[in-house]
Design a protein around this ligand. Sequence first.
Ligand code: NAD
Length: 720
Amino acid sequence: MIYQGNAITVVQRDDGIAMLTFDAQGESVNTLSSKVIEEFEAALAALGKATNVKGLVVTSAKDAFIVGADITEFHGMFRRDEDFLVDMNTRVHRIFNTLEDLPFPSVAAINGLALGGGCEITLACDFRVMSDNAKLGLPETKLGIVPGWGGCVRLPRLIGADNAIEWISGGTENRADAALKVGAVDAVVSGDALEAAALDILGRANAGELDHQARRSAKQSPLMLNAIEQMMVFETAKGYVAGKAGPHYPAPIEAIKVIQKGAGEGRERAQAIEAKAFAKLAKTDVCYHLVGLFLSDQLVKKKGKQYANQAAAVNKTAVLGAGIMGGGIAYQSAYKGTPILMKDIKEEALQLGLQEARKLLGKQLERGRLSSDQVAEALSNIRPTLSYGDFGDVDLVVEAVVENPKVKEAVLAEVEGLLDDNATLTSNTSTISIDRLAANLKRPANFCGMHFFNPVHRMPLVEVIRGEKTSDAAVAATVAYARQMGKTPVVVNDCPGFLVNRVLFPYFGGFSLLVEQGADFERVDKVMEKFGWPMGPAYLLDVVGMDTAVHAQTVMAEGFPERMAQEANNGGKTAIQRMYDEDRLGQKNGKGFYRYEEDKKGKPKKVSDEQAHALVEEAVDTRGEFSDDDIIARMMVPLCMEAVRCLEDGIVATPAEADMALIYGIGFPPFRGGALRYIDALGVDAFVAQAETLAEELGPLYRPTERLRDMAAKGERFYP
Ligand code: NAD
């Protein structure tokens, strides 16, 4: 035994080969926490002192190789100043350089996922062999930083600047065949042949068949690119990557600049450039929020897993209604492998639902994500039906018929009578109270909300709504089913609009008030898109549909009359109501705040419409002047305040779940971390002051709660 730590052991075999194995005790995966990095340094020092070592295999005893640095340490570390962060990475560079400079050849045996720092360790080895089911990648830019432990230096020297830019700026996890193709690894073998393959490589290196010194010097020298090649690679990539990442995500472009600046340098100088860029990015708000997002996502997924572990099996399901939502739910369930009955009262609806599923599966086939056999299998998972004949052995039902309480109550009572006593019954209602729908049921404990977002196949969130009488078993089964469908469930309590729509409608309320005071709605859209929303509020209303919006608004106004019953000052009609009255329903009938024309691909394209402007003009009451910041505050404060209220009312359990639901459900700008993180970033006291000023003019939609005022006074935050 050369070294024995908590996470790393180094054992010398009889033939002189040392096996360095990552196997963090008491953990399910290997991460490179600061403690593990210390052990790694000590293990390499011990290896340096050992005698007669002929080569080194670096591997892992877990399913994954090493998933990367320990991200739970990031916020704490990144609070330190830039010099500290540069020193920290310089130290890790030295450790990894020690690995690269060992007096014998080294090989990484990549048995599973190797990400971030895990991938960077493999890059410091002379050779890499990879198991055919492993993946390799540098996802750091997704956290708002660049790879900081040599990835920006070694990867381009290994696979070429163009490939490295693609891997690093895209943050992709790359499969073994792709890694082999670009030369990131030397061989791909099945998992059980991995160790033998690694030993074989070392044997050949020691026999002089493979030149590990040449490998090293290629990684330690400047990149061989002439001026024209440099320009072609880097400048072209910058244009492309900037377009894709957008202005709010600086890390992918910074990564290209780091590779470019270091291209003409040797190892240490290139690493110094990387360390500096890393430290600068680690201090940005974007990085802070993206790291927070990662941690929140982990928390939400962990909670989902805990529920799902307690759930009875969900092997066969049914959806009532084959409309926009029902069709989408059937597709998603079938695609992810849970057979589903799709019941409607109209044959045409069933045909449309199936047609949509076929179209989406066809796209998966085109993209190479499914084979034609898999497409056929997925399609056979959907059983369209006009009768309740086969409902006796269904484990879970999602009701997705029209949004009418009387129809829903009748349909739910009808289906309940056919189900097994233990089956779970859910409704995809967007607005109707779960307790109200449960009132007529015989087994209200088996009932809860399962609220999907449109389009179902794209939107990651499912709100699971617990009614007063809902049992833990029903929540667990619904969460389990959402996870089986590849969705991220968030469990919330019942209230009008549940969590996401309850938070969204005050935002539309802010929009109506702005427009009423003379702000141009197209400008409001542009400002909010620049702020980071995928679409501005007027455009979003067109996508949601004015009928749906007016209906939901009515429900919200009944539920929260004090702040959400918004009669416009000018004759009692908001711009949204006026659109609805004039049958301008939005995208679904080709006109709303915008007019819609088909683009070349047959997709709706929005164009400005004078008639819409003239209609909105009728809602204008006063004519104010608004800066971009005014617009942002007037839109964001009501949304954020409602998120605060949902947390205070216990509708959602934690800030992390609230923020993730808004990001996954309505596209809240991820780099801003969610509504509660946004308040933290502004400062709770600054936010309260802003909200109070706006509330004086605009009323209760903007008024901060007592608890939030209290938080501001005490200097508290939502996140540590
Ligand atoms: P839709 O009108 O497209 O589809 C409703 C379907 O239900 C129709 O095919 C209709 O024939 C069928 N139907 C009516 N009565 C039925 C019955 N007794 N048994 C079986 N099928 C019956 O509506 P949609 O947009 O898919 O919405 C369905 C539900 O999902 C609503 O509660 C809605 O509020 C909710 N929802 C919609 C969205 C959205 O963006 N469209 C988002 C989330 C939730």
